[in-house]
Design a binder for this molecule. Structure first.
Ligand SMILES: NC(=O)c1ccc[n+]([C@@H]2O[C@H](COP(=O)([O-])OP(=O)(O)OC[C@H]3O[C@@H](n4cnc5c(N)ncnc54)[C@H](O)[C@@H]3O)[C@@H](O)[C@H]2O)c1
Length: 258
């Protein structure tokens, strides 16, 4: 077991990549504090963990709300006295052309993807500095590296996550804390399925046609399974990546190699 006795705090655990990560980390022996705004989905993830439920605490947390995020971090410290790994995974996507993009959708993207990332790190950083060890992993995206049609607003938040991650890595390096991001490509989760469905509606195309377009973006011609992103997160969580900080792990099926 690669994470035995390691305390892991994970946001966005109810679905997709977060759920696959909670399940993988449970099999690797982690002690987990899993959170999400979606309480029903979070319970489903919790139930899927089998015996590892005994090692898991779940909490409804909206990452847009600093006091809820602070309470999650303090709960982890109160229960276990340390945080070995922080996974800043909660995120949302909204797509559409900029000239008709609703302001409330852009507010949501910024509040969850950027401010949520910041709050989650902000309240954990003092404990990481004190401990002088640990790994923080954020979720960027291929959208942080390349332009995607009708994704200008989403791309701007994920490029922001990348910049935040790099800069925080500098601040925390003197404290022996590593900070890295993962950039998934098209990954088969409710987020991407919803994204494709919206684009199909907007463009008057079928779901299958737009899905195929996304599949062909990566040179491997298929979407990733969420489990294939979770294994990358696991690598960054363990000492196997001990000399990596300020880096971005692109798990994009070759999308950004074109
Ligand atoms: N699926 C992809 O193709 C893809 C590609 C690149 C990056 N990502 C990133 O990976 C991460 C996980 O995405 P996913 O595909 O698993 O999506 P998902 O929609 O399946 O899961 C995201 C989770 O975040 C939670 N969440 C949303 N808003 C929240 C809030 N305010 N507070 C707390 N939790 C909240 C949702 O309830 C959901 O459970 C996101 O940051 C996303 O931007 C996904």
């Amino acid at each position: 077991m690669r994470l035995k006795d390691k305390v892991v705090v994970l946001t966005g655990a109810a679905s997709g990549i977060g759920k696959a990560t909670a399940e993988l980390f449970a099999r690797e022996g982690a002690i987990q504090i899993i959170s999400d705004i979606d309480e029903e989905g979070l319970k489903e993830t919790f139930e899927s963990l089998g015996e590892a439920k005994n090692n898991t605490f779940m909490m409804k947390v909206d990452v847009r709300n600093p006091s809820e995020v602070k309470a999650m971090i303090e709960k982890a410290i109160e229960m276990h006295g340390k945080i070995d790994v922080l996974i800043v995974n909660a995120g949302v996507v909204r797509v559409g052309p900029v000239d008709t993009f609703p302001d409330e959708d852009y507010d949501l993207l910024i509040d969850v993807n950027l401010k949520g990332t910041h709050y989650t790190c902000k309240y954990a950083v003092p404990y990481f500095k004190k401990q002088k060890y640990g790994s923080i992993i954020t979720l960027a995206s291929v959208a942080a590296h390349i332009g995607q049609t009708a994704h200008a607003n989403y791309c701007s938040t994920k490029a922001g996550v990348l910049g935040y991650t790099r800069a925080l890595a500098l601040d925390l390096a003197p404290f022996n804390v590593r900070v890295n991001s993962v950039s998934p490509g098209a990954t088969d989760t409710p987020m991407l399925q919803g994204d494709v469905a919206k684009q199909a509606r907007d463009r008057g195309l079928s779901y299958e046609v737009v899905r195929k377009e996304f599949e062909e973006e990566g040179v491997m011609g298929r979407w990733a399974k969420p489990e294939e992103i979770a294994t990358g997160i696991l690598y960054l969580a363990t000492e196997e990546s001990s000399y990596m900080t300020g880096a971005d792990l692109r798990l994009d099926g070759g999308w950004t190699t074109r």
